[in-house]
Design a protein around this ligand. Structure first.
Ligand SMILES: O=C([O-])CC(=O)C(=O)O
Ligand SMILES: [Mg+2]
Length: 558
């Protein structure tokens, strides 16, 4: 492994070294280093180990009362000392994921301007657009390999959070490191501040973003084109992850740029990959195929349609024709089942709509009627509407399918379409449940039902690691499908015949490596990465995997 403890030669010293979170070791600077780097007297006398430091910060962590306070505490450690932060998070991954990521990160976005402490990442605002190249040049990191970018318009299921959306790229990239092992020296969160239409934010004197409504579509498109061009100039090989863009922009941006640079949309493609992986696991565990399922989606936005298209592809891989596969997919949105006579649809939605003739004999085309008529085996919620999977909906589904798969995927917890406890109760324990946000296991009639967290966090760190290790130039659909397959193989329900639909997040480092290998191998097969042998690829993945340990520093002249 690369970071196995060669010394690092660095040109910084004194207070400025202590202010560099990537290099700062705080009280763990040795006496020798304190002398060599002019740190004598800047730190308390005792030279501590990372274990001593972990003990202190974890004790502090436990003293906070609320999850938001715990989030603020962890972010402060991150901004002070990234090695310590990632060591702490890695040691308490299951406990801390909900704090640094979904659901608490949602609250942190809503409160961004109130809890703001320190700068992290880049804020590129519309009024600063002429300085785009300078802004990217001023990024303190030179070798950026993964960017997560948002414009804050659709943050989780919480809508437009303006500049507060920055919490999401920060959180996602923390997972790139904690779960995927990408060094924090290679990651960069970016917030594109093109205004906000959230009136409460515009009226809030504390709001730190550009106090302006969102720019027009034309201005937006030109701004995005400038941004992409600037990124390509600065880091032509970078992996760019689009995150939490509004539906109207998510798909068009992806389609416009996916052949121009190495990029993917996490909400569309990452979510689709984890859902397909979960479905594969459910089907394998039951001895069924995906091609046999009838799938109802509630929410026909870019996330729902992205998942649906990937389900179509997996049905085709099992031998169905495209049109037979589409017959088995039903999208429900604001006007009920999506049929081609609804004027509001965009192209990517119309492709998944049914002919209006289908519903002529139905009693309307609302969600309940659709469930009643279609008798789905799988129900997926991606609409951000809390409680829309009502008792009636779930019971109707169960009446038509003995053991339904039900996935309320909207985030954070407050937006879930139903809570697992209710679903288990209404189906008398027959449903397989996976959620977007974390939920505790459900105990029902003396049995414990683990609840899989079907979140794109299972996928994007592995994709990132695979892309970085293989130096892939694009993210292809096949690479996403390989990620799904690799994930399904790890499901306890598949491997051991019992347990959850997805492996425990405690195993995410190992799972991300398995996903990275398949993704990278597929990139080579698709001709978007240089071919190597399997052993070399495994070695490249190990080399790309960073672990949070202090290295010894030696002085280097400027
Ligand atoms: O961040 C998450 O938990 C999953 C996700 O991408 C979203 O809900 O937008
Ligand atoms: Mg997202």
């Amino acid at each position: 492994m690369t970071n196995e403890k060669r010394s690092l030669y660095i040109p910084y010293a004194g207070p400025s070294l202590l202010e560099m979170p990537l290099l700062n070791k705080g009280s763990a600077f040795t006496q020798q280093e304190r002398l060599a780097f002019n740190l004598i007297g800047l730190l308390p006398q005792k030279v501590e180990t990372i274990e001593d430091q972990l003990e202190r910060v974890y004790r502090q962590y436990q003293q906070y009362q609320s999850d938001l306070e715990r989030h603020i505490h962890l972010r402060a450690i991150q901004d002070d000392n990234e090695t310590l932060y990632f060591r702490l998070v890695s040691q308490h991954l299951e406990e801390m994921l909900p704090i640094i990521y979904t659901p608490t990160v949602g609250k942190a976005c809503q409160e961004f301007s109130n809890i703001y402490r320190n700068h992290r990442g880049l804020f590129i605002s519309y009024p600063d657009r002429e300085h785009m190249d300078d802004i990217l040049r001023s990024a303190t990191k030179d070798k950026v390999r993964v960017i997560v970018v948002t414009d804050g318009e659709r943050i989780l299921g919480l809508g437009d959070q303006g500049i507060g959306g920055m919490g999401i790229p920060i959180g996602k990239l923390a997972l790139y490191t904690a779960c995927g092992g990408i060094s924090p020296a290679y990651t960069l969160p970016i917030m594109l501040d093109v205004g906000t239409n959230n009136q409460a934010l515009l009226d809030d004197p504390m709001y730190m973003g550009w106090r302006h409504e969102r720019v027009s579509q034309e201005e937006y498109d030109a701004f995005m084109a400038d941004f992409i061009a600037a990124v390509k100039r600065r880091w032509p090989e970078v992996l760019l992850q689009f995150e939490d863009f509004a539906q109207a922009n998510a798909m068009p941006l992806l389609e416009r740029y996916r052949d121009e640079l190495c990029c993917f949309n996490d909400d569309v493609q990452g979510t689709a990959a984890v859902v397909v992986g979960t479905l594969m696991a459910a089907c394998q565990a039951r001895g069924e195929t995906i091609a046999n399922q009838r799938v109802v989606f509630v929410g026909g936005g870019s996330a729902g349609c992205g998942i649906a298209e990937q389900v179509v592809v997996s049905m085709q891989a099992e031998g169905l024709t495209e049109s037979d596969a589409r017959e088995r997919i039903y999208m429900v949105d604001r006007e009920g089942l999506m049929t081609t006579d609804q004027a509001w649809q965009r192209d990517f939605q119309r492709r998944l709509a049914h002919e209006p003739e289908l519903v002529t004999t139905w009693n309307g085309q609302g969600l309940e009627e659709t469930i009643h008529q279609v008798k789905p085996t799988v129900l997926i919620g991606v609409c951000g509407q809390k409680g829309i999977f009502t008792e009636q909906v779930v019971r109707t589904m169960h009446a038509g399918c003995e053991s339904p798969v039900i996935m309320p995927l909207s985030n954070p917890t407050s937006q879930a379409e139903a809570v697992p406890e209710d679903i288990i109760r209404w189906t008398d324990g027959d449903a397989l449940v996976a959620t977007g946000s974390p939920f505790p296991p459900v105990v029902y009639n003396g049995r414990t039902y683990p609840i899989a967290q079907c979140n794109n966090a299972y996928i994007f760190p592995g994709i990132g690691l695979g892309v970085v290790a293989a130096k892939a130039k694009r993210v292809t659909d096949d690479m996403l499908m390989s990620a799904s397959r690799a994930l399904a193989r790890e499901a306890p329900l598949v491997k051991e015949g019992e347990g959850a639909l997805l492996p425990s997040l405690a195993r995410i480092r190992e799972i991300s490596k398995a996903i990275a290998f398949e993704v990278a191998a597929q990139a080579q097969q698709n001709g978007v990465a240089l071919k190597t042998g399997g052993t070399e690829l495994r070695e490249a993945i190990e080399r790309a995997s960073w672990s949070p340990e202090y290295r010894e520093y030696r002085r280097r002249a400027f």
